[in-house]
Design a protein around this ligand. Structure first.
Ligand SMILES: *Cc1c(COP(=O)(O)O)cnc(C)c1O
Length: 346
């Protein structure tokens, strides 16, 4: 039994460094520029970015200006380029003060900001970025960004024809900027083929243990582990319900354990009935998830008060939890809340 009574989030920075090394090999010489937006995918941008810097990363991506400012503070005096996906928005003095580099996403931004920048070209995802024609116009006006990037919309589906068409449009866009480095692939795109690697890759989720194709990848290690102790064990008669409403009704007599974690700690409520908790060397069905408690079926095998149950980690993999919740690994990580006690290893 441990001293802690609630959920505990263990963040294994050694596993992060391991995943970085695996992806670096996959990058085949392209620069690996980690994406650490949303507080390092919920795992703490300071410890995450410092560990990646130690592994050799010198270029980082965030989404928002405030995230860039926080990252610059967390890196202290360490030398690093910080790109901001949102581009040159808001008070531009903030970019200069924190030495942030905008990823320009429109022709208007290219007028507002004349300093060092990357240029985001939309090649068919229709989310953000300048069109190929706008990029060509900028090139003809003599504008030379430090990097040209684009983002793939269907890279987790290797056979989707959109990948090849985006690759072709990207090649067209970069042809307007001879000599300027290019970046197309995030975690999933890195695994399509070496054609997608270019000069720099921008993985996020795979650094944190999520498989590039939305299923777990045995080469990657779990960075985040969420555990909680069993607070109570109770026997149910057939027909008795657990928790609010009718989330779960025992079909037969059974024994359940209540562990001290809930959706307030970030275990997505929609995963109940489909995910498991790992305790006593076995996976046990999670039958209900409330704000503070998770109910598991412990009718078979051993489980005792105080035993730690893993809800995410090496045994309950991120991609499986995401699939059970009807979500993606990215969301499972960023939802991990501040309530769970955090411990950093390595
Ligand atoms: C979030 C993001 C990434 C990283 O994506 P992952 O799927 O986490 O690897 C890369 N590039 C852009 C433009 C992004 O928005």
């Amino acid at each position: 039994m441990t001293a802690e009574t609630g959920a505990r989030l263990t963040i294994d920075l050694g596993a992060l460094a391991h995943n970085h090394a695996v992806l670096l090999k996959q990058a085949q010489g392209a620069e690996l520029a980690p994406v650490v937006k949303a507080d390092g995918y919920g795992l703490g941008v300071g410890p995450v970015a410092r560990r990646l810097h130690e592994s050799g990363a010198r270029t980082f991506y965030v989404a928002r200006v405030a995230e860039g400012e926080a990252l610059r503070r967390e890196l202290g005096g360490r030398e690093a380029r910080i790109y901001v996906f949102d581009g040159a928005v808001g008070d531009l003095a903030r970019f200069e003060a924190a030495k942030l580099t905008p990823v320009l996403t429109s022709a208007e931004q290219a007028k507002r900001w004349t300093g060092p920048c990357a240029l985001h070209v939309d090649t068919g995802m229709n989310r953000i970025g300048v069109s190929i024609e706008e990029a060509e116009t900028l090139a003809h006006s003599g504008r030379r960004p430090d990097l040209i990037l684009s983002h793939l919309g269907r890279a987790a589906e290797p056979d989707h024809p959109r990948n090849a068409s985006q690759l072709e449009r990207f090649r067209q866009a970069i042809a307007a900027f001879p000599g300027v480095p290019a970046s197309l692939a995030a975690s999933a795109g890195m695994h399509l083929s070496p054609d997608y690697l270019f000069d720099q890759v921008r993985p996020g989720i795979s650094l944190y243990g999520g498989g590039p194709l939305e299923v777990s990848d045995a080469r990657l290690r779990a960075v985040a582990t969420l555990t909680a102790p069993i607070l109570q064990i109770r026997d149910l008669r057939a027909g008795e319900a657990v928790g609010y409403g009718a989330m779960f009704t025992a079909p037969a007599p059974m024994r359940i354990a209540l562990a001290a974690a809930g959706y307030a700690d970030g275990v997505l409520r929609t995963a109940h009935g489909k995910t498991s908790g790992f305790v006593g060397g076995q996976r046990r069905a999670v039958v209900a998830i409330t704000m503070d408690l998770i109910a598991l079926d412990v009718s078979e095998g051993q489980a005792a008060l105080g035993d730690e149950v893993e809800f995410l980690g090496p045994n309950i993999q991120l991609d499986d939890l995401a699939a059970a919740a009807g979500s993606v690994a990215h969301e499972c990580l960023v939802r991990l809340s501040a309530r769970a006690e955090r411990i950093y290893l390595g």
